[in-house]
Structure formats: C-alpha cells, structure tokens
Design a protein around this ligand. Structure first.
Ligand code: B12
Length: 426
C-alpha cells in the first residue's frame, strides 16, 4: 500500500503538521505502509504528479487558497491513472464538503482515523473524521513531512531554527472571522467543541526531543489560542522548568485569559514572545467579533507581557461588517498606544465555514479569493474595499519598521502569488 500525502501549494512554508500526525498514525497501525510526501511550496506540480502516479491513494491537505492548485494536480493524477483513489481533507473541504470531480473522497474534520479507514479499503465519497485523543496519537512524523526544509527557510530568513507543535485540539471560542467559530462543521455531533489537551509532560518531552533532533532555537505553537485553560498553562510552564527544557517558545495568546502571574510563569519557562489577536481598537467591533476580549483586557495583557520581558506581536483585522471610519481611527489610536514589537494588519476574508461567509455572495468570488492580505472585494457596510486597502497600506506604512513577515512579504511582492517558497511563517 503506497499513500502519497500532499500539502497544497501556498506561498509560505510552514511544516505540514496535520499530515505529520496522519502519517505517524498510519505508520503506527499499518507497519508496511509506504508513505510519500510533497509540499506545494517546495515541490513543482510536475514533481508531485510524477511522484504520485504509482500510489494507491493520493491525499491532499487544503485550505481555501490552496484548493485550486490541488484540484489541478489531483485531476492530472487521475488522468494518468484513474485507479488512484484521490482524497482531500483539511479546513476548506471540512467547511464545504461538496463533491469535486477531481477527488473521490472528502474527509471532514480530523484525519487520522479517517485516513486509516481509507487506507484499509473504505471507498465512500464522504468520511467524517472523529475527534482524536492525544493518548492514541503518536508524535507527528517530522521526517515524513521533511521538516528540515521548513526550518531551513526560517533560518535563512531570520537566522533562527524554528518549528511548530500542537498543544491541544479544538477551540472554545467562536470568533466571527474564524472557521473554529463553526466547530459544528468539524464536530457535527458535539454540542461544544471537544477540547483535548496534551499531557504537559508529553508535550515538553516532544519539545526536548525535537529541539535536540532538529537543533531548534525557538518553538512555536499551531494552536489558534494557546491559553484556553489557565491551569494547563501553569502545569506546562512548571513541567518545562522541571524537565529543564530551556528552548524559548512563542504561543498565540487570548488577552482576556491572562494575568501578571501567568506572564511571569511563561517567561520563567522560556516564553520570549507572544502573538495577540488585538483585531480592533473599537469596543463595538470587539463585541461584534465575539472573541471575548475588550480594549482593557488587551491593554492589560500586553502590559503584563512587557513587564515580564516578553515581546509582543499584535494582529489587527480591518473590515468587520459594521466597521466605520471612526472605528478604524480607534484601531489606529490603539495600535499607537500599545506600542508593541511587531504589527500585522489584514483585511477580513470570508472563508467558507466562517460566520462571515455567505455562499450566495462569496461563492462566485471564490475563484480569485486569495486571502486576507490581498482580497480585493471585501468591504464593510460603510467602508469600501479600496478604502480598507488604503487603511491597510496606511497602517503598514506607519509601522513599516515593525511589520510581521507576512505583511512584509506581501508588501515586497505587492500581491500574494502562490508557489514561491520565499518566506517563512514565523
Ligand atoms: C497554524 C495555522 C496556520 C499556519 C500554518 C498551518 C500549516 N500547517 O500550514 C500559518 C500561520 C502559516 C497559516 C497560514 C494560513 N492559514 Co491558517 N491556520 C492555522 C490554525 C491556527 C491551525 C492549523 C493547524 O496547524 N492545526 C494543527 C494541525 C495538526 O492540524 P491540521 O492542519 O488542522 O490537520 C488536521 C485536520 O485539519 C485534518 N486534515 C488536514 N489535512 C488533511 C488532509 C487529509 C487527506 C485528511 C484526511 C485530513 C486532513 O486532519 C489533521 C489531523 O487531525 C488554523 C485555525 C484553527 N483554528 O485551527 C488556521 C486556518 C487553518 N488557516 C486558515 C487560513 C485561511 C490560512 C491562510 C490562507 C491565511 C493567510 N493568509 O496566510 C494561510 C494558508 C496556509 C496554507 N498553507 O494553506 C483558515 C482556513 C479556512 C479555510 N476555509 O480554508 C483557518 C481555519 C483559520 C480561519 N481563518 O478560519 N495558518
């Protein structure tokens, strides 16, 4: 049995962690399985097609912007050998699992158990993955996903070797712009997101092992919100200190769930930087996003981080539907006031599966809907797309010396063009 796993083509080069988990799970249950891996930002379409044709199954991992190029590759593979079973999983098709001619099967939700069933011969057009527990999941197979390539790009750009880890699954928040606000899509039978946390001892052991193996200088977390459980954060920090795993770390932090003690614990455990989704400086817009943050919780969180000696990256989203110029002005004032180390400014993008997505309006735009850095159609009720882009340009120019890699990359290249692995995602 030969299975080829493909991470759809996007212009950044994060490691394909989800496929790393799926590959490790398949190997632990099917010892003889032959696994093959390609990543669109490193491997050309021709290489991927040539490397896929003698497989039994070719499976793609896609977000909305990577679906188009994956469809083209799947189509070419099918044309060469119609007997190959093509599968697609990941966020986009989980949110929109309608059949597509290039794929024989769509997987909704977490992919490990679903892919094992498929590898064992299940041949149906739609498979619902089940929420996996970390006790049954091996660590991701970083050799399979050729993690060194991602680390190398990061190192070439920043001089540091960095890669990502997952500390829990699911998200309890329902932010309007994020697919996780639609946990129902991923976990259709659950009333609440089925949160699962890793044993702190286990994740710290993985950090230690990977730091040694891959000579890491910094570890980041893929979790959209890392501090969903304050007690878990405390235990993780204590465990990292106890196991003397000194590698610095960098998580995404929800501003409301913080305290000075938490920041101090994190700093002691090696946290050198946090990312905070500030989103807006307008109390009205923050309420509408539904994240549960306020101007004052954000202000406090960032002050406590700075006091603890932790650097802060702040992300802002422009363009909630009821956002006005007055709200955008509040955002600019808040960005000035917060005075953080790094700034990112995006324009809301209505991805399928988010509460902002209206299929009647947005589906026709999907073919050229790139992402929140370059979308050219989204507007608020009172601010046009051109004006939003103007605001984005104004803010990125104002904080030009402190921009995130992504904003810089988009600026340098004026549009986001897929298939150029020129930048890292740190
Ligand atoms: C970390 C993260 C990133 C990282 C990179 C992640 C990566 N590995 O490539 C960075 C910051 C670079 C990033 C970039 C982008 N991201 Co992002 N990201 C996330 C985040 C926070 C976590 C994803 C993650 O790594 N999870 C952990 C790993 C272990 O799991 P996984 O990849 O989800 O895989 C599991 C399942 O999805 C499934 N699965 C995945 N692939 C496959 C394939 C098969 C065959 C099967 C069966 C199953 C399967 O099984 C896996 C194991 O259980 C999610 C939001 C969230 N709440 O989770 C958004 C999210 C995935 N991102 C999103 C988007 C839109 C983007 C960008 C377009 C944003 C941008 N403009 O840069 C790019 C696209 C990157 C790309 N390569 O496609 C959207 C996707 C929405 C959609 N409808 O497609 C999300 C959901 C956030 C949102 N706005 O709603 N992202």
């Amino acid at each position: 049995m030969k299975i080829t796993l493909i991470h759809g083509r996007y212009f950044n080069s994060w490691e394909a962690l989800g496929l790393g988990y799926i590959g490790a799970y398949l190997r632990s249950h099917l010892p003889g399985v032959e696994l093959n891996f390609f990543q669109g930002c490193f491997d050309s379409d021709d290489e991927i097609i040539a490397g896929s044709v003698n497989s039994d199954i070719v499976a793609f991992s896609c977000t909305a912007p990577t679906l188009g190029s994956s469809r083209a590759i799947a189509g070419a593979v099918k044309q060469r050998d119609p007997g190959i079973w093509t599968v697609v999983g990941g966020y986009h098709c989980s949110a929109d699992p309608r059949p597509l001619p290039e794929f024989d099967c769509i997987v909704v939700g977490e992919g490990e158990a679903a892919m094992l069933d498929i590898a064992r011969g299940r041949r149906v057009p739609l498979v619902y993955g089940r929420p996996m527990s970390f006790q049954e999941l091996p660590w991701p197979d970083r050799y399979l996903i050729r993690n060194e390539r991602n680390i190398r790009v990061a190192c070439e750009d920043n001089g540091i070797r960095i890669t990502s880890f997952q500390s829990h699954r699911a998200c309890p928040f329902q932010c309007k712009y994020c697919l996780d606000g639609f946990n129902k899509v991923l976990y259709p039978n659950a009333r609440k997101a089925p949160m699962r946390y890793r044993d702190p001892a286990d994740i710290v052991a993985e950090l230690a092992d990977a730091t040694r193996t891959w000579r890491l200088d910094l570890v980041k977390f893929s979790d959209p919100t890392w501090n969903t459980d304050i007690r878990w954060v405390r235990e993780f920090c204590a465990e990292k200190v106890r196991q003397r795993v000194g590698v610095p770390f960098y998580p995404n932090i929800h501003a409301t769930l913080t305290s000075p003690e938490m920041m101090n614990d994190m700093r002691r455990a090696g946290c050198t930087q946090i990312a905070v989704g500030v989103e807006s400086g307008s109390p009205k817009i923050l309420r509408q996003i539904g994240k549960g943050t306020t101007v004052s919780s954000i202000r406090n969180c960032i002050r406590w981080a700075k006091d603890a000696g932790i650097a802060v990256r702040a992300y802002f989203i422009l363009g909630m539907p009821e956002e006005t110029v007055a709200d955008l002005e509040l955002t600019e004032q808040f960005a000035d006031e917060l005075d953080v180390d790094e700034y990112g400014f995006t324009i809301l993008c209505p991805y399928p599966g988010t509460q902002m997505y209206d299929p009647r309006v947005h589906e026709p735009l999907l073919s050229h809907m790139t992402d929140e850095y370059s979308n050219d159609f989204w507007a608020t009720n009172s601010v046009s797309n051109a004006e939003l882009r103007q605001w984005q340009r104004r803010l990125t120019a104002k904080f030009a010396d402190r921009l995130t890699w992504h904003n810089r990359a988009v600026q340098d290249h004026s549009t986001v063009s897929a298939g150029e692995p020129y930048c890292v995602t740190y």
